[in-house]
Ligand binder design. Sequence first.
Ligand code: NAD
Ligand code: DAU
Length: 332
Amino acid sequence: MKILVTGGAGFIGSNFVHHVIRNTDHTVTVLDLLTYAGNLASLAGLPEDRFEFVQGDIGDAALVDGLFAEHDAVVHFAAESHNDNSLSDPRPFLDTNIIGTFTLLEAARKHGTRFHHISTDEVYGDLELDDPERFTEHTPYNPSSPYSSTKAGSDLLVRAWVRSFGVQATISNCSNNYGPFQHVEKFIPRQITNVLRGERPKLYGTGENVRDWIHADDHSSAVLTILEKGEIGQTYLIGADGEKNNKDVVELILTRLGQPADAYDLVTDRPGHDLRYAIDSSKLRRELGWAPAYSDFEAGLSATIEWYRDNEAWWAPQKDATEAKYAATGQA
Ligand code: NAD
Ligand code: DAU
């Protein structure tokens, strides 16, 4: 299969490309605009006969049309992905997440291309800390932020293009990813790289917010499973039962890096900060036989800490600009 991967120079997209090259015979073309979040270094070392890179915008209809004509399937990761950025400047989120997805769907309609849309558990809003329920495929949409509302909008476009135009699409909504190649604006890499630079981790609010962590390689295996075996028109939730509150994660990072567990700062909370996410992925496990390989979050986190320790040349160029943005919002 010839797969077009949008956003393949970003965190999860690049992990997915490495996963596909390692585990299948498929060839991959990445279409990526190389925004601040894209990094060609994340795609270094891929075999030239199975991998190609195209720099461009998913909203560029002519470029997209030509690429769809040449590929059997499209996996759509490209997005503006960071909640804090969506609060300071929402416009790029509408352009890429809504109009960009619309542009891809129109090409999928014209060419009859198999299309997999990557989305997030944030479309469901948040849960109370003591709520026994988790998100399922039937949970009503209730997004909180400009980011999550544009992802919800893009999901609804996909569903409408399936129903109205017969587009051959599936959707997955995944929980919080961690692993190599994640931008230092995000929670886990920000705290690891702070400690590595002798700075203190920064916890929003009281640190009680809960995220449901999954390793990016498990997200990749789930997406590949859905691409190969998923039923057209279906939505699958992806998660690995990894609920942890932010304070516990920061304490683990500090301890693993030889610092006192309480050597962090509490900083200004994120406006509208979702309290808790939790995924019930039993449909994906039951119907498609998928299971995560990383069942031990602490082991996966330790490997991720090692990766950032060994790859300072990858993250150092992003770090100062990222911290300058946080300083402007009081989250530093
Ligand atoms: P990221 O910000 O690391 O990467 C996004 C990539 O998209 C970058 O390489 C960027 O250059 C590219 N891009 C942005 N706008 C583009 C455009 N207009 N045209 C072409 N390329 C463009 O994001 P990520 O964390 O890897 O997330 C990837 C996808 O997974 C997103 O759709 C996100 O909503 C979803 N998701 C992320 C998580 C998570 O924990 N990070 C969890 C669930 C779902
Ligand atoms: O749930 C899936 C979502 O996970 C994806 O759709 C998003 O693309 C991805 O960015 C992520 O969103 P979050 O907002 O949950 O991730 P973030 O890494 O920004 O923050 C994780 C938690 O950590 C959240 O509760 C906010 C908190 N936080 C974040 C930063 C950057 C801090 O306490 N301190 C920080 O410095």
